[in-house]
Design a protein around this ligand. Structure first.
Ligand code: GLY
Length: 583
């Protein structure tokens, strides 16, 4: 079965079981607290939460889709067997119950029937289930259902592995059962305790996640029982395809084979990176992203630049990406008919030309080097011109110059430490915890008054005033300025309190904390929440390395003293507080 056949077979299977096939939603989600769509359920979130009526809007409570998704967390890992930027998820849903709906039993039966229909062997399936914690009980029902279907390899796992969602700060979620497939001993580490989620090998691959949605995580972080139950499932399409085609990796399947054979030569990882990024570029541009220095645009810029860099590294000539884009679109043209080739070429060409100039300048510098080069000099070239280390080494070796790699890595480490400290400072907002807390209040108030598309673009605090830059297309009206001021002053009057939690960046992002300039945060971050102590209601939650006051009432009152343009599409507000911070 090739990729198109598998995708079609999945959708046909669920259509034959009375599901409505829903087209993929955009890669750019409507919820601004998440950068990209990462799961099939995102477009159904209000229906899963019971806020909208699925039968009204879709004519059916049973849905299935193949969803375009994009992940940015692991860009550096792309090129190994399992990581991709763009990927697809297959899923089926049963939203809310009436006599026609299905829950755990139906979801398990469909999953087994589908997997057997594509030739996978039930005796090689291993299940993980939610083992319970002090809030949510163990999923005995699922354990029982799997056992009744003859599957006895059932592992109870904790919250991290077997409780799914929500994708944003709040939303529907629930315990899940994962189906892992045993690819056989030859893929294994041979340890006696090897099994699903093994830390040492990839013998067992998770192929399907069945989420039994029974909870809603609210703003206070509590899990309320949903008014309805839902089934929400997700299959990593690339993974399932590689298993079906007996391959180690999706890069070896028909999804990538045309592009990789067109690249034709060179380091395996570089070829995979190029193939992945070309696909990512095609779908990001298709979704309407244009290269820029922030947010989604920055991710696109990064993919294009990495493609050019790796292309140069393996000596691909000229506009090597043109036929690769063509082949990629060809592969998906029957599934995503709307992809516009010309627009993609134009955007990549413009960005590639800009970047090539930068690279050429770097090459000139390398070529002017005579004699040995220090690790620091090499690092400067890497840092200023975006040359990958391999390219620097290669250029130097043409001239028989050796590079001291240890020195290079020492410099890299020093630089990372400095930029980590810099990022803390940058996002910390300087010398003044009072105005810093006011900045968070202002940010949240702007989003509440002007809409969630408002994004922090910059912040500067001195002893007298705060300055806050944010994305917004036009001048604020006097009424809007007043509404923002009033909201901040209301929160000051209510005496909201602050708390700081330190957590891994990924956890902070998935908890819905606002983040900016995503790529430059340290791996461990502080998350500051401003909330009402009595009701638990959260007013603001941001990743932030700075210090804050403990209670916003100390600000006494807040006033916007200026609203102006900062640059195109970016507004600037200066504001002061009356509290005792003033000099
Ligand atoms: N929503 C289920 C999954 O993405 O795995």
């Amino acid at each position: 079965m090739n990729s198109n056949e598998l995708r079609k077979h999945f959708l046909d299977f669920f259509e034959s079981k009375g599901h409505r096939i829903v087209p993929s939603s955009s890669l750019l989600p409507t919820d601004p607290s998440v950068l990209f769509t990462t799961a099939g359920m995102q477009q159904f979130s209000p229906y899963l939460a019971g806020e909208k009526d699925v039968v009204n809007d879709f004519g059916n409570r049973h849905l299935a889709s193949c969803q375009k998704c994009f992940r940015t967390d692991d860009i550096e890992e792309v090129g190994d067997d399992t990581h991709h930027t763009f990927f697809e998820m297959l899923g089926n849903w049963s939203i809310g119950q009436d006599e026609s709906g299905y829950f755990k039993e139906g979801a398990i039966d469909y999953a087994l029937e589908f997997l057997e229909s594509i030739g996978l062997d039930k005796s090689r399936m291993h299940i993980t289930v939610f083992g319970g914690n002090n809030v949510i009980p163990k999923d005995e029902e699922a354990i029982d259902l799997w056992k009744k279907r003859g599957i006895n390899s059932i592992k109870e796992c904790g919250f991290k592995d077997n409780f799914w969602g929500p994708v944003a700060e709040t939303g529907p979620c629930g315990p899940c059962s994962e189906i892992h497939y045993d690819r056989g001993e030859s893929f294994g580490c041979g340890r006696s305790d090897c099994g699903p989620n093994c830390d040492y090998c990839k013998r067992y691959v998770e192929i399907w996640n069945l989420v039994f949605m029974q909870y809603f995580k609210n703003k206070a972080g509590e899990y309320e029982l949903l008014s309805q139950t839902n089934i929400d499932t997700g299959i990593g399409f690339e993974r399932l395809l590689s298993i079906l085609q007996g391959k180690n990796s999706a890069y070896e399947t028909d999804l990538f084979s045309d592009v990789i054979s067109k690249i034709g030569k060179g380091d395996k990882v570089a070829c995979r990176i190029i193939a992945d990024h070309i696909r990512g570029i095609v779908f990001l541009v298709d979704a309407g992203v244009i290269p820029s220095n922030t947010g989604q645009g920055y991710i696109l810029r990064r993919l294009i630049r990495r493609t050019i860099r790796y292309g140069k590294m393996i000596e691909l000539q000229g506009d090597f990406w043109v036929p690769l884009i063509k082949l990629t679109i060809e592969k998906y043209k029957d599934v995503y008919k709307e992809i516009e080739r010309k627009k993609i070429y134009e955007i990549v060409k413009k960005e590639a030309e800009k970047f090539s100039l930068t690279l050429d300048r770097g090459l000139k510098i390398i070529n002017s080097i005579k004699g040995d080069i220090s690790g620091k000099e090499a690092f400067d070239i890497y840092q200023s011109y975006g040359f990958p280390l391999e390219m620097i080494k290669e250029e130097l070796s043409k001239k028989n110059i050796k590079l001291n790699e240890d020195e290079f890595y020492d410099e890299l480490k020093k630089h990372q430490e400095l930029s980590r400290a810099g990022a803390e400072k940058k996002f910390g907002g300087g010398s003044n915890p009072y105005l810093h807390t006011a900045t968070h209040l202002l940010h949240s108030a702007l989003r509440k008054v002007l809409g969630e598309s408002v994004r922090q673009m910059g912040s500067d605090i001195n002893d007298e005033r705060l300055r806050f830059d944010f994305s917004f297309e036009r001048k604020l009206t006097p009424e809007e300025i007043k509404a923002v001021e009033d909201l901040v002053n209301l929160k000051i009057k209510e005496g909201l309190v602050l708390k700081k939690e330190v957590m891994p960046l990924s956890e902070a992002l998935s908890s819905g904390a606002l983040s900016f300039f995503k790529e430059r945060y340290p791996e461990e971050v502080s998350v500051w929440t401003i909330y009402d102590k009595d009701s638990g209601e959260i007013f603001s939650k941001e990743i932030c390395g700075g210090e804050h006051i403990d209670n916003v009432s100390k600000l006494e009152s807040f006033k916007i003293i200026k609203e102006e343009s900062s640059s195109r599409g970016v507004r600037r507000i200066k504001a002061i507080c009356q509290g005792k911070y003033t000099i």
